[in-house]
Ligand binder design. Structure first.
Ligand code: KG4
Ligand code: ZN
Length: 340
């Protein structure tokens, strides 16, 4: 990478996290995230409330990011922001703010694809974390995304598989809701899964051709199973919670690993990098380690704060695009369905 001295501010507001980060060359100087607790009461993200919270948070979050980085805003070389995909109302807050700040400071504006951000987060300089070599397969798994992407270079990426309905995080969260767990349920299912028997209950895996995923049928299968069992025994959930969680997690991870196996077979690529909130799951981490031994994979998991929605990943893409002179104009617009 270049030896220039480049400071980029990254701004992320695509869903329910308002985030800002300053990167100096490839290193993160600050990474501030204001998570919106308000959605917990609703069991999922409420778009209208998310945009409002972004408006409240964006100025203090950006201010903090610049302050923590120990620089003055006049030292920034460019402003990078998430153009999409995401919730339109949420994206508009970050986009408009980034445009105004870049205009006010008279510095370039850089639009960033959120999904590329999740993938290129692996290129943040961080001690103890190795960067994947090209080409590699990136699997982005979170409450909003489930994709397998073939990455040949920083900006040469092809989506080779994605969900046709729910994201994998939703499979965790919606199953958790059926079981009466709080939102988001992924971490609790993970914790309980470690205490249960993964083979206690069987759920059929959805049949989806090729490298695409489907999780909406899985959620319905969990619902019908629980309804049936609770009818026979009203205490079924309490008596079997750890086993149910272990079985759900086992099935979901099985679905992800089956597709990864197929993807490595089809592409011949054995370097696998994962990102997104679900990459915190211990089941997927163990399964990847297993894959290293069984199939000769090399796997890469970034530092946790760079896997969930964050602005450091937007800042690194901003930095890479800055080096290429790839800037946006002031009339750039947010795009809810932006593709890689
Ligand atoms: O990346 P993220 O913070 O936000 C987006 O959805 O974009 O991911 C949140 C998702 C939620 O669905 C949450 O349940 C899931 O990641 N998650 C987990 C774990 N930690 C977070 N799912 C399973 N096991 C975990 N340990
Ligand atoms: Zn995301």
């Amino acid at each position: 990478m270049s030896s220039q001295n480049i400071y980029i501010l990254g701004i992320e507001s695509s869903c329910d996290d308002t985030a800002a980060s300053v990167i100096y060359n490839g290193r993160i100087l600050s990474n501030v995230v204001a998570s919106q607790k308000i959605h917990e009461a609703y069991g999922g993200v409420v778009p209208e409330l998310a945009s409002r919270a972004h408006q409240q948070n964006i100025v203090p979050v950006v201010h903090q990011a610049i302050e923590k980085a120990g620089i003055k805003k006049e030292q920034l070389n460019a402003i990078a922001f998430t153009k999409g995909p995401g919730l339109m109302g949420s994206l508009l807050v970050g986009t408009s703010f980034a445009k105004s700040l870049a205009y006010g400071l008279n510095i370039p504006l850089i639009d960033v694809n959120h999904m590329q951000g999740h993938i290129l987060a692996h290129f943040i300089d961080e001690d103890g974390f190795e960067k994947p070599p090209f080409p590699f397969l990136a699997m982005t798994i979170s409450g909003g995304h489930t994709q397998i992407v073939k990455v040949e270079n920083y900006f040469d990426m092809t989506v080779i598989g994605e969900t046709i309905d729910d994201a994998v995080g939703e499979a965790f969260d919606k199953s958790g809701k059926i079981l009466g767990l709080g939102y988001p349920a992924g971490p609790e299912i993970d914790r309980r899964a470690a205490l249960g028997n993964p083979k206690a209950f069987q759920f059929t895996k959805p049949k989806v051709d090729g490298l695409n995923f489907s999780f909406s049928g899985f959620k319905t299968a969990v619902l019908y199973f629980i309804q049936r069992e609770v009818k026979a025994n009203p205490n079924f959930i309490e008596e079997n919670l750890n086993d149910i969680c272990a079985s759900i997690q086992y099935t979901i991870i099985g679905i992800l690993i089956d597709k990864l196996k197929l993807a490595t077979k089809q592409t011949g690529i054995k370097h696998i990098a994962i990102g997104g909130g679900v990459s915190a799951n211990s089941g997927i981490r163990n399964a990847l380690k297993d894959g290293e031994q069984k199939f000769g994979w090399t796997t890469y998991i970034p530092k946790f704060e760079f896997t969930t929605d964050n602005a450091a990943m937007i800042a690194i893409v901003g930095y890479l695009k800055y080096l290429e002179g790839d800037f946006a104009e002031q009339d750039v617009v947010a795009s809810a369905r932006l593709k890689i």
